[in-house]
Ligand binder design. Structure first.
Ligand code: DCC
Length: 260
């Protein structure tokens, strides 16, 4: 589902104008009436017509803001340049790198919110994007390379993420690893959920650090997508964290509780 959401959000910009007025619950009405379609193919079919169910355009949180340090901005600029198209014989050719947008709301029905109260649905926000003060928590942007089946996240850890004095909380690091590996797994495999996350913390990460979170596909086995991850300083001379993650592909029904 998260993969679907990631893809949907990427398409939202283009689709939203033409599809305003159509509600997601109309698209999902089959599911809510007991005809759950759980294959990934069907999930993808829904994703191609998914749309932003809110009246205003969402803010893309992966854009630079004034809290970004010069180092964060420099690394961002480097990867952003890799996303620019090359011109060959007068023709523009896009390379393999893409910057992914990042919003603070998921599509509530698709994310299982149909079971939640209206109040919770209205107030739900993505964990990593729920603090208004810029720079206080998770500032990050993910660049994905489809050909090489890998991605890199530039992450600046804010002052509200403290764990050990002056250093980033291990749970905050785990959150970012789950987010980045999950984003890659979803990008490559469609709707998935985290089944297993193994983390080795190698050195403490000072608050305010800008780090790279490199994730790559290790292998796929049936519904399982295995991802490796390394968190390092931006010059890659210092290793902070290593991780492996397993994501299992799910069908639409999984978050609606249809499998039990
Ligand atoms: C808005 C923008 C968003 C932005 C995007 C942000 C991305 C954020 C990403 C965050 C994602 C999350 O945190 S998700 C939240 C945390 N995760 C969860 O809550 C998941 C809870 N667990 C589950 O729902 C379930 O256990 C599943 C889906 C993981 C698996 O259940 P299932 O579908 O019934 O599959 P099951 O038959 O059990 O297993 C399938 C295969 O996987 C293996 N398998 C299953 N679990 C494990 C395991 N822990 N360790 C090893 N192997 C396992 C099985 O042996 C089997 O292998 P074989 O027999 O095929 O060999």
């Amino acid at each position: 589902m998260l993969g679907q959401i990631v893809r949907s959000l990427g398409r939202m910009q283009q689709l939203s104008n033409g599809l305003k007025g159509v509600r997601l619950h109309q698209l999902l009405s089959k599911e809510t009436h007991g005809h759950l379609q759980t294959s990934l193919e069907n999930t993808r079919a829904i994703s191609t017509v998914s749309l932003w169910p809110f009246s205003s355009q969402p803010r893309d949180f992966s854009q630079p803001n004034s809290s970004w340090s010069p180092e964060m901005r420099k690394v961002y600029d480097h990867y952003n340049t890799l996303c620019d198209p090359d011109t060959e014989n007068g023709e523009e050719k896009r390379g393999p790198w893409r910057k992914l947008p990042s919003y603070n709301r998921s599509i509530k029905y698709a994310a299982g919110g149909i079971h939640l109260s209206k109040l919770i649905q209205a107030k739900a926000r993505l964990f990593t994007r729920n603090v208004k003060e810029q720079g206080a928590t998770f500032e990050y942007v993910v660049f994905v390379n489809k050909e090489e089946k890998r991605c890199v996240c530039v992450f600046q850890a804010g002052h509200l993420l403290e764990g050990a004095p002056g250093h980033v909380h291990g749970g905050a690091i785990a959150t970012m690893i789950d987010t980045v590996t999950g984003t890659l797994a979803g990008f490559l495999s469609g709707p998935i959920m985290t089944a297993n996350l193994n983390i080795d913390y190698r050195s403490p990460m000072p608050l305010g650090s800008v780090v790279l979170i490199h994730s790559a596909l290790d292998r796929k086995e049936r519904r399982k997508t295995y991802i490796t991850c390394k968190v390092s300083s931006t010059d890659e001379s210092k290793l902070y964290t290593e991780a492996t993650a397993l994501f299992v592909s799910i069908g639409v029904g999984h978050l609606f509780g249809s499998r039990n």
